[in-house]
Write a protein that binds this ligand. Structure first.
Ligand code: HEC
Ligand code: HEC
Length: 351
């Protein structure tokens, strides 16, 4: 793991997340326009393809803002701790997660597993418990939380970044007026996070009409996913999440969404994670309690770990063959872990 992180930090990997955005300031197109699939009714096939990202009116896309966000994401001066950046936990080489069961901060394990940032652009609720309603709000909380980035005041973060003249200039260019502010730091980071999108997977190629792109087993797995295994009840839509909260019978003391809603039915309910690129982001679940996708499938097959107490699942009674098919389908949702540009950071020149 150490090897991977050193390699991906030191080697400056190119291939930006979008080629179109290099030339223009319009938001990048994610997928080429869908072809008419011969495999599913066209409307149904298109419904599984990731659409272009919707950037909110309050924080519109610009290439400069995205690139400023990229610098901040990889810059330890944001945290004031030389060994900590957003990428420490959301590492691009590890599917924008950290590969650990639970996040580490200040030599302490945090309560929850670090979610991948892939495709958060398509979500409507953030964090495992849904305590943030927008990506800007989520980034804001990550920035200030002692467990995550810094635990510092917004004011101190702004002072440190504004002291770097190249950053002052980058903010002016990204926001078309002078000034470094905490809102702008958050806005730039959120714009960068919105650009972190899965590469097209074999499943997408199949949807677009390449009949050989996924195996017969994966095709049967897709049918199970929508049918007997009922995964689609919660993992729906192009990012394979309903952005909603469910108690799936994970053995946990974490109150989950209950802490936010105060409703009994939300006890131990967590946000449904997306499933694109799922093969590259083990371990799984809010507490990292499932090491492999096989463990996850076994978990669903027995209807969860805790029976009763609000668990929304039931046992599936899948055969060994059906479990293999479901696994093949989950693998078909993983494209290559797209390479990303780790930027040269603005240099603090002496006045
Ligand atoms: C110490 C590890 C750590 C660092 C550093 C960190 N995060 Fe996180 N991040 C987490 C964990 C853990 C969660 C889930 C917390 C929860 O659900 O309660 C999370 C959740 C998120 C989410 C919500 C994702 C979702 O799908 O709901 C976003 C967005 C995010 N982080 C962005 C950032 C950004 C931007 C930075 C840098 C400013 C950052 N994170 C720094 C560990 C970290
Ligand atoms: C009732 C809603 C629901 C159903 C049905 C459901 N899931 Fe989930 N899934 C969730 C929730 C919620 C989580 C997160 C639970 C947690 O972290 O404790 C999750 C987590 C996962 C994860 C781990 C993702 C990660 O990043 O940690 C995988 C993989 C997964 N589900 C696959 C499936 C498959 C395959 C099926 C069908 C057999 C299925 N799910 C059925 C709601 C559901």
């Amino acid at each position: 793991m150490l090897h991977i992180s050193i390699v991906s930090f030191i080697v400056v990997l190119l291939m930006s997340l979008s080629a179109t955005a290099e030339e223009s300031d319009s938001a990048p197109q994610i997928n080429s326009p869908p072809l008419i699939s011969p495999l599913l009714p066209p409307a149904e096939a298109n419904a599984w393809l990731l659409p272009a990202v919707d950037y909110p009116a309050a924080n519109p896309y610009s290439k400069n803002k995205q690139e400023l966000g990229r610098s901040l994401f990889f810059d330890p001066r944001l945290s004031g701790n030389p060994s900590k950046t957003c990428a420490t936990c959301h590492h691009p080489g590890l599917g924008w997660a950290d590969g650990m069961a639970r996040a580490m901060a200040n030599q302490q394990g945090l309560g929850r597993h670090t979610p991948s940032l892939l495709n958060t652009a398509y979500e409507h609720a953030f964090f495992w418990d849904g305590r943030a309603a927008s990506l800007e709000d989520a980034v804001n909380q990550d920035l200030l939380s002692p467990g995550m980035l810094s635990g510092e005041t917004a004011r101190n973060i702004v002072i440190r970044i504004a002291a770097i003249s190249a950053y002052r200039q980058a903010f002016n260019e990204a926001f078309a007026s002078e000034g470094v502010s905490f809102e702008r730091i958050t806005a730039a980071l959120a714009t960068f996070v919105r650009s972190i999108i899965s590469a097209p997977s074999p499943f997408d190629h199949w949807l677009k009409g390449d009949t050989e792109a996924i195996s017969a087993s994966a095709k049967r797995g897709f049918a199970l996913f929508r049918g007997k295994a009922e995964c689609i009840r919660c993992h729906s839509g192009p990012a394979f999440t309903d952005s909603s909260f469910h108690n799936t019978g994970i053995n946990t003391v974490d109150p989950g969404h209950y802490e936010i809603s105060g409703k009994d039915e939300d006890r131990n309910a967590f946000k449904t994670p997306g499933l694109r690129d799922i093969a590259i982001t083990p371990p799984y679940m809010h507490n990292g309690s499932k090491k492999t996708l096989n463990d996850v499938i076994d978990f669903y097959n027995r209807g969860g770990d805790t029976i009763g107490s609000g668990n929304q699942l039931k046992a599936l009674h899948l055969s060994a063959e059906e479990k293999k098919d479901l696994l093949a389908f989950l693998y078909s949702l993983s494209g290559e872990n797209r390479e990303t540009l780790v930027p040269a950071l603005p240099v603090a020149l002496l006045p």
